[in-house]
Design a binder for this molecule. Structure first.
Ligand code: 3HC
Length: 295
């Protein structure tokens, strides 16, 4: 067990709500901050559904589910996170938005509190520098769906102290996750390798190498991946992938991180994947059906 008792989560979208769920399920008093009750209601419903699945499968006693839900608090007021020992940020990949929240919290939280960003691709150092706790700032990168994926990347930037890094590692383990250590370079380990693969799958669609279902089937059956790359893109979100690719392209100036034109056009058309109901597949149909893209 760690010395951490109270966890704060900034943002309760797909990732934030998953992080809040695992923190509450691991026994932490968890306060989640987002901008409206409508967003919390959606997050709470998703968390209830996910916990219900674990209960259904006999992986979680119903009493533990109820206790986890009692430990979850939602708020619109950032100062409600001031007593937290760790704050995990999972808001949109917008450095200014993230830093405005970090600046506000820096003046409110106790001196021992750790600030951890779930950013996929932004530089941890650029957030740490917005605070006066560069030594207590880390990256803590979870994977979607957070309640199921065992990995967490613990990211140490140039200012992170060894003590903070160790406390965060222990915290990640206490959430039932398997941590790995990563350096503060854009994309860390997983996205450095995964993003070019996903972008190449889109390029394969653009070039007509194979149909969307065949590209997915090829990587699933040929490489044993649980999802094909285009299904995974719909799952992660095309808008999220586009933002990550832009950030990584800016950092590395390498063609393999450049978002392909088709990705940009699909995002502009609102085809962001599962969250909007349509991406490479149409999720209004059961089973989802491939979308005719006109490429
Ligand atoms: N909570 C609880 N249970 C869940 C759940 C959740 N959030 N989501 C799915 N499940 C359950 C399902 O209900 C299902 O239960 P059942 O066996 O009783 O039917 C079980 O998990 C398996 O789910 P599915 O049958 O729907 O599908 P799969 O067998 O394909 O498993 C998966 C789902 C675990 C998501 C698997 O497809 C997978 O591992 N996919 C790859 C995901 C991945 O690569 N994630 C990383 C993305 S990159 C990222 O996040 C980084 C970011 O920076 C971009």
């Amino acid at each position: 067990m760690t010395d951490i008792k109270r966890v704060g989560v900034l943002g309760c979208g797909l990732m934030g709500s998953g992080i809040a769920q695992v923190a509450a399920a691991a026994g932490y008093d968890t306060t989640v901050r987002d901008v409206s009750q409508q967003i919390w209601d959606k997050a709470r419903a998703g968390i209830e559904k996910s916990l219900a699945k674990f209960v259904e499968k006999g992986k979680l006693p119903a009493a533990d589910r109820d206790a986890a839900l009692k430990r979850l608090h939602f708020t619109t007021a950032t100062p409600d996170l001031k007593a937290c020992d760790v704050v995990v940020e999972a808001v949109t990949e917008d450095l200014e938005l993230k830093n405005a929240l970090w600046r506000e919290l820096d003046g409110l939280c106790g001196p021992a509190a750790i600030f951890a960003s779930n950013t996929s691709s932004l530089t941890i150092a650029a957030m740490a520098a917005a605070t006066k706790r560069g030594d207590r700032f880390v990256g803590l990168h979870f994977f979607n769906p957070v309640p199921l994926m065992p990995l967490v990347e613990v990211v140490r930037t140039v200012t992170t102290s060894a003590e903070t890094f160790e406390r965060t590692f222990a915290f990640a383990r206490s959430l039932g996750k398997e941590p790995v250590a990563a350096k503060d370079t854009s994309g860390f380990i997983v996205n450095l390798l995964l993003v070019p693969y996903l972008l190449d799958a889109i390029r394969a669609v653009e070039r007509g190498v194979g149909s969307v279902p065949d590209i997915d089937k090829a990587m699933q059956l040929g490489c044993g991946y649980p999802m094909g790359p285009l299904t995974l893109l719909d799952f992660v979100g095309l808008d999220t992938t586009y933002k990550i690719a832009e950030i990584m392209f800016t950092e590395y100036r390498e063609q393999r991180y450049a978002p392909p034109p088709l990705l940009k056009r699909m995002v502009l058309a609102g085809m962001t994947g599962r969250k909007s109901g349509k991406g490479f597949y149409d999720y209004s149909l059961d089973p989802p059906k491939v979308v005719a893209l006109g490429v």
